[in-house]
Design a protein around this ligand. Structure first.
Ligand SMILES: *Cc1c(COP(=O)(O)O)cnc(C)c1O
Length: 402
């Protein structure tokens, strides 16, 4: 017979998935409700409202999509792109290439703007590229998890709005951890996920878009075959599951049947968002900022170097250069096997060069920071890294005791 697996709890200090909040996990074992049960519809409507707060938007449209964060990215891009449409993708890290991958499959014409991964773009550089290439859409990442750099968006957004370009932004790694201003920055569609700063398991994506987008996608709506043939469109979105025009009508007052909602995930999302609002967004952001500062300073006290430009470092990930002569994977394995602590490696050109320490959601808390730093020092000592052993964790403790 197969054994029921029982897992020992982990201290997850990665850029996702992070530890789910215990109250979120408790919500997931509530009885199943049908997707049109009035009590469930009430929860859905509350989720729609709560999603808007961390995005910093008053948009009418905000809801969740079944599927991890990239389901939201794909739904957003498929709703806007028709074959041959030009999309400008400024890339300063790994996730821009995911946007490109999705645009390529949607048969867009992609214009890449590429740079090293040490810092984000000067906004003027992106604006010049928009002037030169006249794209229909600019798709960018707000916080790049691979290198922990964060892109300023306000000027690009304003320029896009003035020139009738759609501005689509991946806010997966910053939503719920860093203040976002979707409306002020003039972002047309913003996308986030559950498994990062919302402290909910992976499996849903959050999306919001403005009237401009709603108006544009309206003529692309086609009623699902089998529900009636009264609403047809030759320009229908090339996906059924990720058709924003259908999803909007499922989450909206029309309640047109689409997929069977993952109701337990919606309970979890409701609780994750509720807890953020209960703590207060300002307090949530202050907590992330404080833990980011203490982690960063403690690691530097240990003689470690933080990767990339400091002014634009994202507060939810700390990218640490792996010191000369140290095997980064050996360190990660010792942390996980001996301490049940997980940190991440990186991708592409940074693979094997940096560790990434996450500072997200429920995982962003004092006990995790102290536990991680103490264990990390012990492991680094064990693998022969020379430093003043104890200096990082004692510094962090002093900071928390202030
Ligand atoms: C984590 C992350 C994603 C991941 O998408 P999933 O589909 O949830 O794995 C996308 N973009 C960014 C910036 C991320 O940090």
């Amino acid at each position: 017979m197969y054994q029921q697996p029982i897992f020992e709890g982990r201290t997850i200090m990665t850029p996702g998935p992070v530890e789910a909040h215990p109250a979120v996990l408790r919500q997931m074992v509530q009885p199943i409700l049908g997707q049109f049960d009035p009590e469930f519809l009430k929860i859905m409507n509350e989720v729609k409202e709560m999603i808007k707060v961390p995005f910093g938007t008053k948009n009418k449209q905000a809801f969740a999509i079944d599927g991890t964060s990239r389901s939201g990215l794909e739904a957003a891009l498929l709703a806007l792109i028709e074959p041959g449409d030009k999309v400008l993708i400024p890339a300063y890290g790994r996730f821009a290439y995911l946007l490109g991958e999705i645009c390529q499959r949607a048969q867009a014409e992609i214009v890449w703007l590429e740079k090293d991964w040490e810092s984000p773009f000067e906004q003027s550089v992106v604006i010049e590229a928009i002037k030169e290439h006249q794209p229909k859409i600019v798709a960018m990442v707000h916080g790049e998890t691979a290198n922990a750099q964060m892109q300023p968006l306000d000027q690009i957004g304003a320029f896009c709005r003035e020139n009738d370009v759609f501005f689509v932004v991946d806010m997966v790694a910053t939503y719920g951890g860093i203040e976002l201003k979707v409306d002020d920055w003039k972002v047309d569609i913003a996308i986030a996920g559950t498994q990062k700063c919302v402290s909910v398991p992976s499996g849903m994506s959050l999306i919001t878009y403005n009237d401009r987008v709603e108006k544009y996608i309206q003529p692309r709506y086609q009623k699902e075959l089998g529900l009636g043939s009264d609403e047809q469109s030759e320009r229908y979105v090339r996906s059924n599951y990720l058709d924003l025009t259908q999803l909007q009508r499922y989450w909206g007052p029309e309640r047109i049947n689409h997929h069977t909602e993952a109701t337990s995930m919606v309970y979890a999302l409701h609780e994750g968002l509720r807890l953020l609002l209960l703590e207060g967004m300002e307090n949530v952001y202050a907590r992330h900022t404080k833990n980011d500062r203490i982690l960063t300073e403690s690691l530097e006290k240990m003689g470690l170097e933080i990767f990339g430009a400091r002014e634009t470092k994202m507060g939810t990930v700390i990218p640490v250069r792996i010191p000369e002569g140290i095997d980064g994977e050996e360190v990660r394995a010792l942390l996980l096997d001996q301490f049940k602590i997980e940190i991440a490696s990186s991708f592409g050109s940074l693979k094997g060069k940096i560790w990434r320490v996450g500072n997200m959601g429920y995982s962003s808390r004092q006990t995790n920071v102290l536990h991680f730093l103490s264990a990390f020092e012990t492991v680094l000592k064990k693998v022969g890294y020379e430093f003043d052993y104890g200096v990082g964790s004692t510094y962090a403790l002093e900071e928390y005791l202030k």
